[in-house]
Design a protein around this ligand. Structure first.
Ligand code: NI
Length: 140
């Protein structure tokens, strides 16, 4: 079966593209397009993994963001307050003059983890959001 190939044009900061090109070269990809296709597949798999999470879980949300992005710290704080029932604790580390690392411990319904993570990742200035979850281990 022949798959239709679509051509797209995207705009990226040059430092992001330079780093991406370095990595795909190191990994031996034959083309930038193949690296981008794999990145998109990973993005979709990550979404599907989050969508399939069910029930009572514990987890961490790891966040890297640019604190000098206008309005971002306030928006993140608002989200964290909206989900205060879910959040047990958080750690904030100032990584350098621009970047902050936050690790948020969550406990509750895993579909709520997906909601909070998706609100955070859509904000401009948020560079990375990673969710990990595990079972609270009841009945072991
Ligand atoms: Ni900070």
């Amino acid at each position: 079966m022949k798959k239709d190939l679509m051509r797209i044009g995207i705009s990226l900061p040059s430092n992001l593209l330079d780093r991406f090109d370095e990595i795909i070269a190191l990994r031996g990809y034959s083309s930038r397009s193949e690296g981008i296709r794999d990145s998109i597949r990973n993005y979709i798999i990550d979404y599907e993994w989050m969508s399939e999470q069910k029930g009572d879980r514990v987890g961490t949300i790891t966040l890297i963001f640019n604190h000098s992005q206008r309005g971002l710290v306030d928006e993140l704080t608002d989200i964290e307050h909206d989900y205060s029932k879910l959040i047990e604790s958080s750690i904030h580390v100032h990584l350098d003059d621009k970047n902050c690392l936050e690790v948020i411990l969550v406990r509750g319904e895993s579909q709520d983890f997906k909601s909070i993570v998706e609100k955070m990742m859509a904000l401009k200035g948020v560079k990375h959001v990673k969710l990990t979850t595990t079972s609270p281990g009841r009945g072991l």
